[in-house]
Design a binder for this molecule. Structure first.
Ligand code: HEM
Length: 365
């Protein structure tokens, strides 16, 4: 006879709610599974510490699920790139990214719950955690890799790679992630195929000419700024001219696919109100928001850590909050999307599209 479902059985609450007793590492024999012997909580607040971390890991699981969908739809299942992403998939990809952003936001708020713990109470059981640390969260690393954090940005850990604290199975999981396509790469490939030339054949050159006019005007404004001394006016001029050079390099100075992707970012950001560009524009904005949410997550974690343990060495052995602040400043995933914001122009300054009917909906028999 078939067993009928129930709330607890469907959610496997038996398994989930029996996983809060900490393993008794001290009494484990070599090779014994950590779940086979557990100990009592060392302090009342240790329950908070465990539950909060488990909740975060569940949020990470959901984020990985959604980012994988976004990557698969954009990049066609991680290996072969399909030449065409169906238009109806773009809102689905956007919805997955929007869900990730909300999840990151709610997870970031979760640090408030752990901050209800008195730091001195934390010290009652903190030493039992050594050498484990959030540094060993495999899902967090998977998330970074799947989204597309460039490996060359990573800081090593006193000369050893960040994954040196993981076991072989965990390292293999990360290797598999590195071997698969990232969301950033899938986005880049998709954008580099945007047929801008069909709508606006010399978009990059026209845009740069408009940007140069803007830069010239800004220089005149700053030269007339009564609040600046001459050296500050000169410095402002140099900065504007550098930005013009940056715009040239961004749009025309790389290899062909990179230039095309950058042109597409700027094209979509500049003409995002055109009906056919609304969803691509919402998706690109969603990824800019992801970059922002992820950075705020890192920053918020670091502030919680500072409040809890000051600047002392982390349980994983890193320089603690100093290390965490460095990751916040350095780690960028969708930095290219943000860079396009340096060059945006007001709507009436953007060169008009030669035939914008091509970007409107058409209903045909
Ligand atoms: C009292 C609470 C916490 C303290 C004092 C703390 C402290 C630290 C410290 C010092 C590090 C740097 C590595 C090390 O040396 O250990 C770290 C890394 C990390 N922690 Fe926490 N943490 C706390 C709670 C959390 C929570 C609730 C999460 C959520 C999952 C978390 C996730 C992480 C992650 C993912 C890293 C790696 C960050 C990276 O390498 O970029 N931590 N934590």
């Amino acid at each position: 006879m078939a067993v009928s479902s129930s709330y607890g059985a469907y959610l496997r609450l038996g398994t989930l709610l029996s996983a809060q007793d900490p393993p008794d590492f001290a009494s484990l024999e070599p090779g014994e599974r950590p779940s086979s012997k557990t100990r009592d909580l060392q302090h009342h607040d240790e329950m908070l510490f465990i539950v909060v971390h488990q909740v975060f890991e569940l949020w990470f699981k959901l984020i990985l699920h959604e980012l994988s969908l976004a990557r698969d739809l954009l990049g066609r299942h991680g290996s072969e790139i399909d030449e065409h992403v169906p238009e109806e998939d773009v809102p689905r990809i956007h919805a997955a990214v929007a869900r990730v952003n909300e999840t990151l936001r709610i997870a970031t708020e979760g640090f408030r719950v752990i901050e209800t713990m008195n730091p001195a109470n934390f010290l009652q059981f903190r030493d039992l955690l050594i050498p484990s640390s959030g540094f060993q969260s495999v899902q967090f690393r998977e998330l970074e890799i799947l989204a597309g954090l460039p490996e060359q940005l990573r800081m090593d850990f006193e000369g050893a790679p960040y994954e040196s604290k993981l076991n072989e199975t965990e390292r293999q999981i990360l290797q598999d992630r590195r071997d698969a396509m990232t969301l950033h790469a899938a986005l880049f490939d998709w954008l580099s195929r945007t047929p801008i030339e069909r709508v606006f054949p010399d978009f990059a050159e026209s845009f740069l000419a408009a940007f140069e006019t803007y830069v010239d005007e800004q220089i005149v404004h700053q030269h007339g700024n009564p609040n600046l001394v001459d050296s500050q006016r000169q410095a402002a001029e140099v900065r504007f001219k550098d930005q013009l050079e940056d715009a040239r390099r961004y749009l025309l100075g790389g290899d062909d696919p990179t230039n095309r992707a950058h042109q597409a970012f700027l094209f979509i950001a500049s003409y995002g109100n055109e009906p056919l560009l609304r969803w691509p524009s919402a998706l690109v904005d969603g990824l800019v928001e992801f970059e922002q949410c992820f950075r705020i997550f890192r920053f918020r974690h670091a502030r919680m850590v500072e409040r809890m343990i000051g600047t002392r060495t982390g349980s994983g052995g890193s320089p603690g909050v100093v290390y965490l602040d460095r990751t916040t400043a350095k780690y960028r995933i969708f930095g290219d999307l943000l860079e396009a914001r340096n060059f945006l122009l007001a709507g009436d300054r953007v060169p008009p599209i030669p035939d914008d009917r091509l970007l409107h909906f058409r209903f045909e028999d």
